[in-house]
Design a protein. Structure first.
Lengths: 481, 466
């Protein structure tokens, strides 16, 4: 029974010790460093992995999960152990610290008086005058002294920044908040992508693994664009988004790169903008061959048909954004409208259907045809899409709260010191009355010693002033007598 | 009388170096000024930075001169040079800010500029406030090297890409620079502590030499029978290594560099041989020779590094595997570069420890004060590091929708934070003081250096802007 207890006790001791914490810290450091040197799985393409490592090495790396360190079970286990260590170490040490709050040590005993490293004894005439002088000195240094003990046997106690004792707990609590938030996000959070054409809408997001995840509302893109610097590099991307729930508009926002839209905890980030390679619409000039002055402008969307007159109609049948002739076939080099080619199909009630190509970069090129119209290319509007990064991170608020708490905790830890002062009238053992003045600081002792010397000097000065005053009063009373 | 003459002698030679350095500074500034006047623009950032470089360089020379000779006057003049250099540095930062219209934090060039500025500011502060007069001996060479590095980097003011247009980014980067500069100062103070603490340097010599030998044996494994050094060919456009077959990387040979590194290997091996000679035969004089050999080795390392950087940075070389010439790049040999710089860093640390103690002691506060100061500087650096990481996470969250993605820079920032957290725990709960704490502070700064430079140049990641 006792052996079991001692085993539990040993375990507790081990897991709550700072040494264990340091070892875990070192292991986390080593694991994290490994995760930056070994190529990591989801980011690196499989082909690149195979090129970088031999098959045997890769098998070994995969087996130990070194190719995805930060999501491996052992890294999570390491972090969990660190959390447990922090919690246990805090529990272990907390009662000692809590004493400063529950039972502030206001009246030191004889043992304490001799053992305190920082103390001084100042001879005084009476308990009253000595304590009064100390009180004035305390107040002058900005302390609020308390009277401890009954009449005839009272002493002074003053303290400052008692909360600084809790700094380590505040910091560790904030660490748990941050890690907790991180865990919540790792388990319940997700990230995906949504690509919308202008005027397009969607209510599902593309996940990393290729699946689609439905969301409980619809996002519609009302417009998007890119603004450039003079040198052509992008300055700003933006998208005007509308959120629809059951067909009703509930939110509208123009997002840009550092300014996401948030709805129901889902955040939509501007992450890309570009040409879809599809054409939005083209503008043509149809010139009548008989009366060249009679020309009209027509706007065509893909596959749209427009009647030219009672006999003829024109349809926009195909579009090639960056045309190149390759082995007699028409192909597109890219999705960018560098050399757009437009195929039109003109239907005539008498002659039937005939197809023709127009080239935006060569407006004078025209097919010889029997048709009564010439078509002149004017202008085209490409179809654009806006790429939205979507993320759901319910735990992020814990993380931010943790960051703020940690900031407060660190300021408490480094820039506030719990200091305590005592002033106790004592007998020095030879019948002389002394004022024992002692002080203790939670850290930064070297600097604190100076403060203490200053306090002692203040008290001595007070006592001297007191003495002169007393003498003065005495002499005055003598004169009066 | 004899004593007086002995005292006066070093003072006169003290004047000599001061005068020489001052003349060099005036000459360099004057030629730079003439060049600037010729080109028409005097108050450009380049010129201001050049002036700062000259002054920082002068300060470095004087501080190092003090390390060798122990003449106090050098330190006073070096301090003035530092202050003047800081003035020019401030002007350069202000100029760039004014021209670009945003705080200079958007590229590694601008960040280095701010790092140097903060470092110089903190140096002056610690020097005046805490009377650590020779702190510049560690921080000024660092500042000088950083300014030289700045000159090598592309400096054009580029417009900010959308992801960088955020106040949070500015907060993040300025906190980073403040934190890193504070780390640099804590490192300098830890070094000062070790000097003041009169540690035995022999073990350091052995450890540093062993490290250097292992680094150069690693590099020598790339030796080509023709006397050159084999490096991986680099595709500058695709920013990747060139593959010869599916698995084999294409190598190019830089002629003569192989011999060069063999020479350096021999030079760094020599102190180790002398050390063991001294230990086994109890010959004290062999230790002196070991130190001299170490100094020669350090100089050769500088030559080796310069040759490597100059020849591998640009240029095309023949490949032994296929006909034709191919380009290589520093990016293709990250480990060699890291080894060379790491080796030089370690050597510099050792050489610092060799300084004349009695002269330095007078210029430094007591050991305990230095120890406490190191702790206090880390007490400044650590909250800054924390806030830096938090601000970076917040910015990433607003830009990419994720506050933590384990990219190498983030991970290494976390590692830096953990190392300093370890230092604080050991110090506060285990009472680590003195040497062990100083070693910890030095390791912490080495990690900072790796996070700042190593990750940017050696490891790929999201922080591509930096």
């Amino acid at each position: 029974m006792s052996e079991k207890q001692s085993l539990a006790h040993k375990l507790w001791k081990t897991f709550s010790s700072v040494a264990t914490g340091i070892v875990l810290l070192i292991l986390v450091v080593i694991a994290s460093a490994a995760g930056t040197f070994v190529l990591q799985r989801p980011i690196t393409e499989p082909e690149q992995m195979q090129r970088a490592y031999s098959p045997a090495t890769l098998r070994w790396l995969d087996a130990t999960q070194l190719t995805d360190v930060f999501h491996s079970w052992w890294f999570v286990a390491l972090l969990s152990l660190l959390c447990i260590n922090i919690v246990l170490a805090s529990i272990e040490r907390f009662p000692g610290v809590w004493r400063y709050f529950s039972r502030p040590y206001r009246r030191p005993d004889a043992h304490f008086l001799t053992g305190l490293p920082l103390h001084a004894e100042i001879p005084v005439r009476s308990t009253q005058s000595g304590v009064a002088a100390a009180e004035r000195a305390f107040r002058r240094l900005g302390m609020k002294p308390q009277h401890v003990g009954g009449d005839g046997n009272f002493s002074l106690y003053a303290e400052r920044h008692r909360f600084a004792r809790l700094a380590a707990y505040v910091v560790h609590l904030s660490l748990l908040l941050i890690l907790g938030g991180g865990i919540v996000d790792a388990v319940w959070g997700y990230r995906g992508y949504m690509s919308l054409t202008l005027d397009g809408q969607s209510s599902e997001i593309d996940m990393r693994d290729g699946t689609k995840k439905p969301i409980p509302f619809t996002v519609r893109c009302e417009g998007a664009g890119q603004e450039n610097y003079a040198d052509g590099s992008p300055r700003r991307w933006w998208s005007r988004l509308t959120v629809l729930e059951n067909g009703r508009e509930v939110q509208r926002k123009e997002i840009e790169v550092n300014e996401p839209l948030v709805h129901r905890g889902l955040r939509f980030f501007q992450s890309g903008y570009g040409s879809t390679g599809e054409v939005g619409s083209i503008r043509l000039l149809a010139v009548s061959k008989k009366t060249p002055a009679d020309s009209r402008e027509i706007v065509l969307h893909p596959n749209e048909t427009v009647a030219l007159d009672a006999e003829h109609s024109v349809q926009f049948t195909a579009f090639v954004p960056d045309m190149v002739i390759n082995g007699g076939r028409i192909e597109s080099r890219s999705d960018q409208p560098n050399n757009p080619a437009i195929q039109l199909s003109v239907a005539s009630k008498q002659a039937g259907e005939s197809k023709m190509w127009l080239f935006a970069n060569y407006p004078d090129f025209s097919h010889p045809s029997a048709l009564p119209y010439d078509f002149k290319f004017q202008d085209l509007a490409m179809g654009y899409f806006t790429g939205l990064q979507v993320s759901y991170e319910p735990g992020q608020w814990a993380v931010w709260a943790g960051c703020i708490v940690m900031g407060i905790g660190l300021v408490m830890a480094f820039y506030f010191v719990h200091i305590r002062y005592w002033a106790v009238p004592v007998d020095d053992g030879r019948g002389r009355l002394m004022l024992w003045v002692g002080a203790a600081a939670s850290k930064n002792r070297e600097q604190f010693e100076e403060c203490f010397r200053k306090l002692v000097k203040e008290i001595e000065q007070e006592l001297q002033a007191n003495a002169t005053e007393e003498r003065h009063t005495k002499s005055v009373s003598l004169v009066n007598a | 009388m004899a004593r007086a003459s002995a005292d006066s002698q070093p003072v006169s030679s003290g004047n000599l170096l001061t005068v020489l350095v001052s003349l060099a500074v005036v000459f360099l500034l004057f030629t730079a000024f003439l060049g600037a006047v010729k080109s028409g623009d005097v108050y450009t950032e380049q010129n201001l930075l050049y002036a700062a470089l000259i002054l920082y360089g002068a300060a470095t020379a004087l501080y190092l001169g003090f390390g060798v000779t122990g003449i106090p006057r050098y330190v006073h003049v070096a301090s003035i040079a530092t202050a003047l250099g800081f003035l020019f540095n401030t002007l350069a930062v202000g100029h760039r800010w004014y021209i670009s219209g945003h705080p200079p934090f958007s590229s590694i060039y601008e960040m280095l500029l701010c790092f140097v500025w903060t470092l110089a500011a903190l140096t002056i502060f610690v020097e005046r406030r805490y009377h650590v007069q020779v702190i510049g001996t560690v921080t000024m060479p660092l500042a000088t090297l950083s300014v030289i590095l700045i000159q090598l980097l592309p400096s054009a003011v580029r417009p900010l890409v959308p992801a960088l247009q955020s106040t949070w980014l500015h907060i993040h980067v300025s906190l980073a620079m403040l934190a890193y500069a504070a780390c640099a100062v804590s490192f300098a103070l830890a070094m000062m502590f070790l000097i003041q603490d009169r540690i035995r340097t022999e073990t350091f010599l052995a450890a540093t030499s062993a490290f250097l030998v292992s680094v150069y044996i690693g590099i020598a494994s790339r030796f080509d029978p023709s006397g050159g050094l084999r490096l991986i060919a680099w595709d500058a456009q695709g920013k990747q290594e060139i593959f010869f077959t599916e698995k084999a990387r294409l190598m190019v040979v830089i002629p003569e560099l192989g011999w060069m590194f063999f020479l350096v290997l021999a030079a760094v091996l020599a102190p180790l041989v002398f050390y063991f000679w001294a230990r086994l035969n109890k010959v004290e004089s062999a230790m002196i020779w070991a130190n001299r050999a170490f100094f020669v080795g350090a100089l050769l390392q500088v030559v080796g590094l310069s040759a490597f950087i100059l020849r591998a940075r640009e240029g095309v070389y023949h490949s032994p595997q296929v006909e034709g010439t191919f380009a290589t790049s520093l990016a293709a040999s990250p480990f060699i570069l890291a080894g060379l710089i790491g080796g030089l860093f370690a050597s510099a640390l050792y050489l610092l420890l060799l300084w004349r103690r009695p002269d330095l002691e007078r210029m430094l506060p007591a050991e305990e004060t230095l120890d406490v100061l190191t702790y206090k500087t880390i007490g400044i650096a650590f909250p800054l590091l924390t806030l830096m990481i938090a601000a970076g996470a917040y910015w990433a969250n607003r830009t990419w929708g994720s506050y933590w993605s384990w990219d190498p820079k983030e991970t290494w920032a976390l590692i830096t934070w953990l190392v300093y957290a370890g230092y604080l725990h050991m110090r506060i709960t285990r009472g680590w003081r003195g040497r062990r704490a100083a070693y910890f502070a030095i390791i912490g700064f080495a990690v900072v250096l790796f996070t700042f430079f190593g990750v940017t140049y050696l490891l790929p990641g999201l922080h591509a802007y930096a």
